[in-house]
Design a protein around this ligand. Structure first.
Ligand SMILES: Cc1ncc(C[n+]2csc(CCOP(=O)(O)OP(=O)(O)O)c2C)c(N)n1
Ligand code: SF4
Ligand SMILES: [Mg+2]
Length: 288
């Protein structure tokens, strides 16, 4: 345990405007604790989100932060990582943000294996716009947009991330503070693209996946080792209906990251390289 920084170093004076009891509070607290555990320098940490209730998180954490456009957190974070690959970059998306409008970015992101952690505030609704059914809502979910129950089946973010090459995939519960903190810590320590699906009760609009529901239906796995030992086993595991919802580290493997394979990064982050003396005349002539 690091003693150099405390949660206070990542805290802001402003108080979150989430509804009392919202699962997003647990995510913010666990993220701060995980940053303490890895002793992350707030000046070298960037939290990027899109638009949504959970996506307001960068306002209330004392690191660099950006609330981008709805569904566009991942391309913004990718550009930031390319510009300075030494920074610790966290992407925080909602289920609508990451797996609805932003799904194209979500799937391509994982095949690149950039060393970035993506967390998804998975509440099964579009919270900010008053609780419409989101892509992760189970078939039959009743909300204002599907009053007779949704007809479509749901998107399984963990399975999708695995199929696209994510090298660390986990599922956590926002009310399990120690478990979520430990999973985030391991995801940030992992060298590669990590995805953490966070079951997050929306106390205002999701009347099915409540704290009571999750407290009864979660199967908490030990966090000392991944649940599955191969990618194919993990994909099958995620796609097989279980009696209870498993949380824990589903799969992890070490593969070369995108950053390690870009020759230009060997001299250090692009943002720190002196480009004042670069002569592009030859390059421009060859292109004309
Ligand atoms: C391009 C665009 N389309 C739609 C919206 C409206 N909008 C804002 S947030 C949101 C959904 C948020 O849901 P989710 O990502 O699940 O986050 P939550 O609020 O549940 O945390 C939508 C549709 C928008 N801001 N921009
Ligand atoms: S609407 Fe739901 S997700 Fe949004 S702040 Fe309220 S409880 Fe949280
Ligand atoms: Mg949502």
């Amino acid at each position: 345990m690091n003693t150099e920084r405390t949660v206070k170093d990542y805290s802001t004076k402003a108080i979150p405007s989430w509804c009392p009891g919202c699962g997003d509070f647990g995510i913010l607290t666990a993220l701060k604790k995980a940053l303490v555990e890895i002793n992350a320098d707030p000046d070298e940490t960037l939290v990027v989100s899109g638009i949504g209730c959970g996506s307001l998180l960068p306002y209330w954490i004392n690191t660099y932060g950006s609330c981008t456009l709805h569904g566009r957190a991942i391309p913004f974070a990718t550009g930031s990582k390319i510009a300075n690959h030494k920074n610790n970059i966290i992407v925080n998306v909602g289920d609508g943000d990451g797996l609805g409008i932003g799904m194209g970015h979500f799937v391509h992101f994982f095949r690149r294996n950039l060393d970035v952690m993506v967390i998804c505030d998975n509440n099964g609704v579009y919270g900010l716009t008053k609780g419409q059914t989101s892509p992760t809502a189970k078939k039959g979910t009743k909300t204002s947009s599907t009053p007779f129950g949704s007809i479509e089946d749901y998107v399984n973010g963990a399975s999708l991330a695995l199929q696209m090459g994510a090298t660390f995939v986990a599922r956590a519960y926002s009310a399990d503070a120690p478990g979520l903190t430990e999973i985030m810590k391991q995801a940030m320590n992992h060298n590669g693209a990590a995805f953490v699906d966070i079951l997050q009760p929306c106390v205002t609009f999701n009347k099915q996946e409540t704290y009571d529901f999750y407290n009864k239906n979660i199967d908490k796995n030990d966090l000392t080792a991944p649940i599955c030992s191969s990618r194919s086993e993990a994909i099958t595991f995620c796609n097989t209906p279980q009696e209870k919802i498993p949380t824990g580290i589903i799969f992890q493997e070490e593969l070369p990251t995108y950053e390690e394979q870009v020759p230009q990064f060997k001299k250090g982050p692009l943002a720190h390289q002196d480009i004042s003396q670069i002569d592009v005349t030859d390059f421009m002539e060859r292109r004309s």
